[in-house]
Ligand binder design. Structure first.
Ligand SMILES: [Ca+2]
Ligand SMILES: [Ca+2]
Ligand SMILES: [Ca+2]
Ligand SMILES: [Ca+2]
Length: 344
């Protein structure tokens, strides 16, 4: 409940419901609740010791992002589920994964446009190596997060045999706020660029250099990409946040089939005994304000200190004050704050 109001702001005090306070929570998971090598010919979904990512670049019948790695982190023990998406303000999200094969591919910390992959001719690629992307997960054919998981079937009818376009769960992005997830699995064939929510960064190699084994790669989620905060909020509502990891290193040898040297990464999964000893499984660090953002300092009270904390954050350009989620700070955030505060 409010115990004071700020005289300098004309606040209309909402009548009487119990204060929907807020709580700012940081969770750290050193292991996912779900991880799965999402590849059409994977006979053991969910239980492999590692998962590779590679592309079937420009190969008819296969998704460009052929081998995807899907990970999920169950949050329901720590973060209240079932709230409206507007009541989860994700303040930061970081996913870390570790490679289980080394010295076979080069580090590229920046996005490569689709035309740099064309027909396996990488002469248009201006920096050595290929980036590793973090995406939202989209679903098709009646599946969604509630009915598709670690051990579900890979997919249904292919758009082009044997497997192109058939996966039930796929890497996706949101071209604009409010968009449905757009499948990026064939962004080379379909000739478009998509912005991932993060590109993996590591301290273990310099850009262009070969990456040693057991290197940590961190995805620092760009919460200003359209749709991302809502996507994470939707996951928190359901009690699990999920991500798709892909890279377009050309398939060659190993999982990728054919002959030749493997030139793409393998990632430790939670099932890997080495990963559980050394902490190499996919992990997540996430901070979220849950509940009514009018209780801006998350102390359960609606009072002057919330107004003051909001204005301080707002004036400092801190995105915790970006209450309407558009990554700009302006009147609309003040207005959203005031109505949330008044409703508290
Ligand atoms: Ca690049
Ligand atoms: Ca490159
Ligand atoms: Ca407060
Ligand atoms: Ca804003």
């Amino acid at each position: 409940m409010k115990r004071a109001t700020c005289a300098s702001l004309a606040l209309s005090i909402g009548a009487g419901f119990a204060a929907a306070q807020s709580e700012t929570i940081t969770v750290q998971y050193d292991m996912p609740s779900l991880d799965r090598w999402n590849y059409p010919f994977n006979g053991s979904p969910g239980s492999r010791f590692n998962a590779s990512t590679f592309g079937a670049v420009e190969l008819e019948g296969f998704d460009d992002h052929d081998a995807q790695f899907l990970v999920g982190f169950e949050t329901l023990a720590d973060i209240t589920t079932g709230l409206d998406a507007s009541e989860y303000q994700v303040l930061s999200a970081k996913v870390t994964i570790t490679n289980s094969n080394g010295d076979q591919y080069r580090y590229d910390p920046t996005y490569d446009t689709h035309d740099t992959y064309l027909f396996l001719d990488d002469s248009l690629d201006t920096d050595d190596g290929r980036p590793i992307h973090l995406w939202a997960i989209g679903y098709q054919d009646g599946f969604d997060q509630t009915n598709w998981g670690e051990f579900s079937a890979f997919g249904g009818v292919a758009e082009i045999d044997p497997t192109q376009g058939s996966r039930y769960a796929f890497a996706s992005y949101f071209p604009f706020e409010g968009s449905d997830p757009v499948n990026v699995s064939n962004n080379l064939k379909e000739e478009f660029d998509a912005t991932p929510m993060a590109i993996a960064q590591t301290d273990a190699a310099l850009p262009g250099d070969f990456i040693p084994v057991d290197s940590d790669f961190t995805f620092d989620v760009d919460l200003c990409q359209p749709g991302i905060r809502n996507y994470l909020a939707d996951g928190l509502t359901l009690g699990e946040v999920r991500f798709a990891i892909t890279s377009l290193h050309a398939a060659n040898g190993g999982d990728g089939g054919g002959t030749g040297e493997i030139a793409y990464p393998f990632w430790y999964t939670k099932e890997n005994p080495i990963a559980s000893i050394f902490g190499y499984a996919p992990r997540l660090e996430l901070t979220v304000r849950v509940g009514n953002p009018g209780d801006f300092n998350s102390d359960g009270l609606f009072d002057f200190f919330d107004v003051s904390a909001f204005l301080t954050a707002f004036n400092a350009g801190d995105l915790s004050a970006d209450l309407n989620g558009d990554c700009a700070l302006n009147f609309f955030d003040v207005s959203t704050f005031l109505s949330a505060y008044s409703a508290g």
